[in-house]
Design a protein around this ligand. Structure first.
Ligand code: SAM
Length: 382
């Protein structure tokens, strides 16, 4: 870039000019007062106030949800609607505290008050039933929020050294391959509990029965492969993960009667080559855990393990997801900051990395709930 380019005034688009004007007006107290009263601008003013309030209050909403999960409110109300008087002893709370919690939960659509006054499940509480993964995620967030108590300090200090980086034992390990069994147990259980909702998304977007053998890299205790195995009964299964995780996967496959169909390899994908023989590799919720250098070298190892025409199916939540922008940059951005490694990537960034790793073409697959998982399929060129 020449000096003249560097000094040239940046081009400001019409859209940027309009936004600057709009935000400039919104920053003026007098205009805000007028906009809140004028009938045509009132709905926008209210929406903006509500959005800002939701950001301010987000932590409180989260703690209301955490209290409901810890007290098993959704499981209790799924058995039968209950009045406050009947619910209170089930929660070991006073009548007043139960009423306070239920009113807050109802305002968040987690519970609802029936016409006769009894509490029942709200729309969002009902969605938690039968999905242990959401409850497990909510409970482990206690660590994230503890790490985020002083966000500015976290942004200023070197990454790592947080409760969450300790929990995800591989994230800060000098030798991930040596991480012991007791350090992988909790995160592996959390991943297995939340895996069914992810597997459902991936299985809805891709036919696995067109392949002979699949290798799931960073496959945890095999929950994803077991879901795939049920859909594609002839597919052979291979899993690669850290040695301690691989041990657990081996036991789980045996317990599920898949011992003869699933081949498990323990190793460290930052050091070791990946096993050959699969015509499809899956990489589910793995890439975003790693910084660009490790992520790119992992994609290169996957490319090297695949035959010509082989495919890589990469699935994870991605940044820049339309309608779910806060999930990528805000939630995962700060989650992975606390964890100490990795970053959320846009589909374009991932596809650029795939090209750099030697894959020829890639295309996005359509998943039913992009907020949970997006997926990209890449091929090894002839
Ligand atoms: C976020 S979990 C995802 C697990 C699983 N794919 C899922 O979606 O449920 C990341 C997985 O990558 C594995 N992993 C992390 N670093 C690794 C490394 N260097 N070598 C092998 N596996 C690794 C972890 O042990 C863990 O099982």
């Amino acid at each position: 870039m020449s000096g003249a380019d560097t000094l040239a005034a940046p081009q400001v688009s019409l859209l940027d000019r309009f936004r600057a004007f709009r935000e400039g007006m919104a920053a003026k107290p007098g205009f805000r007062r007028w906009a809140a009263r004028f009938p045509l601008t009132r709905p926008f003013a209210r929406r903006r106030a509500r959005a800002l309030f939701d950001i301010c209050a987000g932590f409180v909403y989260t703690q209301v949800l955490l209290a409901c999960v810890q007290l098993r409110v959704f499981a209790i109300l799924s058995e039968a609607p209950l009045t406050t008087a009947r619910l209170a002893p089930r929660l070991s709370l006073s009548i007043e505290a139960t009423e306070r919690l239920m009113a807050a939960a109802a305002a968040l659509q987690l519970t609802a008050r029936r016409g006769d006054g009894a509490w029942t499940l709200g729309q969002l509480g009902a969605a938690m039933i039968g999905n242990d993964g959401i409850a497990a995620m909510v409970e482990h967030h206690a660590m994230l929020y503890a790490d985020l108590t002083d966000p500015v300090a976290m942004l200023r200090r070197p990454r790592g050294g947080n409760a969450l980086s300790d929990y995800w034992a591989y994230s800060g390990a000098e030798q991930p391959g040596s991480v012991s069994a007791d350090r992988i147990r909790d995160y592996t259980a959390l991943m297995a509990a939340s895996q069914p909702m992810v597997a459902e998304e991936v299985l809805a977007s891709y036919r696995f029965d067109r392949h002979v053998r699949v290798l799931d890299v960073g496959g945890g205790n095999g929950a994803f492969l077991r879901a795939v195995a049920a859909e594609a009964p002839r597919l052979e299964l291979m899993l690669f993960d850290l040695p301690a995780v691989a041990e657990e996967a081996r036991a789980r496959f045996a317990a599920a009667g898949l011992g003869g169909r699933a081949f498990v390899h323990g190793g460290d994908f930052t050091q070791d080559e990946l096993p050959r023989g699969a015509d499809l590799v899956t990489l589910v919720r793995v890439l975003h855990d790693h910084d660009d250098d490790v992520a790119l070298s992992l994609l290169r190892r996957i490319r090297a393990a695949l035959p010509v025409g082989g495919a890589l199916l990469l699935a994870e939540p991605m940044a820049g997801t339309s309608g779910a922008e806060p999930m990528g940059e805000a939630y995962f951005g700060f989650y992975l900051l606390a964890m100490g490694r990795g970053r959320p990537r846009t589909p374009e960034e991932i596809r650029t990395m795939l090209l750099a790793a030697g894959f020829s073409e890639s295309r996005m697959l359509s998943t039913p709930t992009p907020l949970l998982t997006r997926a990209v399929l890449a091929r090894v060129p002839a």
